[in-house]
Design a binder for this molecule. Structure first.
Ligand code: 0O2
Ligand code: 0O2
Length: 223
């Protein structure tokens, strides 16, 4: 009998939809609270049937094992501004009651040989459908804008070369990965310097309504 892809993928489509809404909701809450959001933007996709079939053949995964053995049929990506934001996103995910973290793969501290960097979290996620409750696996990838820039372009080039880059191109991609890493480092540095400057210019005892036409208070402020 033909495998019913539509009914198999329905819970995954629902999972990606729910996760995108929930994660974008976190960003909205930070903005409302006027705080820096560790989440910049969120994208998601259900793996196309053709890609699932290719990966099944490559990994010798049977239809019976598909739901357990392929962890990224539902995939959500969280982009962050700074490398430290990744830890903050992880802390948020670890506290959540609506998903359970099964594995974490840290390709930030353990960069792949390609130069790929990203933090992967595999979760189990329960979805309610009209046929009852079903738990599916989903992969959440967390990365900076710079890592995303690199991975997006490398992925599209990879498609062309089917994973077998000529040696020279491979080397050049490794160099661009280094540049992407340096960009993250430099941005962190700039942010830290700006925060330091803000602290210097906004001493905690400074009055909100300072200055003009209030000569009585002026001396106080500089003491
Ligand atoms: P906004 O803030 O109005 O742009 P959907 O489920 O239809 O909302 P879908 O189909 O997953 O979204 O779209 P896609 O293309 O995956 O993009 C998801 C969100 O990420 C969209 O925002 C894009 O604008 C945003 N996005 C994609 N690439 C970038 C990028 O490089 N930088 C920034 N800042 N945002 C990006 P929304 O949800 O439509 O909202
Ligand atoms: P898609 O949907 O095209 O992105 P494997 O699948 O063998 O790489 P594993 O253990 O199943 O390994 O999962 P892993 O490594 O945690 O995550 C695989 C996914 O990470 C890939 O999905 C990519 O999205 C991303 N990824 C891993 N390595 C690289 C890399 O070198 N370059 C880029 N651009 N992305 C990478 P897929 O399967 O490619 O699917």
């Amino acid at each position: 009998m033909e495998f019913n892809w539509e009914s198999f993928l329905d819970p995954y489509i629902q999972t990606v939809g729910e996760l995108k809404i929930k994660l974008r909701g976190i960003r909205k809450q930070y903005h409302k609270a006027n705080r820096h959001s560790p989440i910049e933007f969120v994208t998601g996709r259900v793996k196309p049937v053709e890609s699932i079939k290719e990966k099944m053949a490559l990994r010798h995964i049977s239809y019976e094992q598909l739901a357990q053995d392929m962890q990224d049929i539902a995939g959500v990506r969280i982009m962050v501004q700074f490398v430290d934001d990744i830890e903050e996103v992880l802390a948020i995910l670890r506290k959540r009651k609506d998903m359970q973290i099964l594995h974490e793969r840290d390709y930030i501290n353990n960069m792949k040989s390609s130069g790929y960097r990203s933090y992967h979290v595999v979760i189990s996620y329960p979805v309610d459908t009209i046929n009852g409750n079903e738990t599916v696996l989903a992969e959440i990838q967390i990365r900076t804008l710079s890592m995303n820039f690199w991975a997006t372009i490398e992925h599209s080039l990879n498609y062309k070369y089917k994973g077998k880059f000529p040696e020279e191109i491979k080397k050049r991609l490794e160099i661009t990965a280094k540049i992407a890493y340096q960009l993250d480092e430099e941005m962190r540095q700039i942010r830290d310097d700006i925060q330091e400057a803000q602290v210097l210019f906004n001493p905690p005892n400074r009055k909100v309504n300072d200055g003009v036409g209030n000569s009585d208070d002026t001396d106080e402020e500089y003491r």
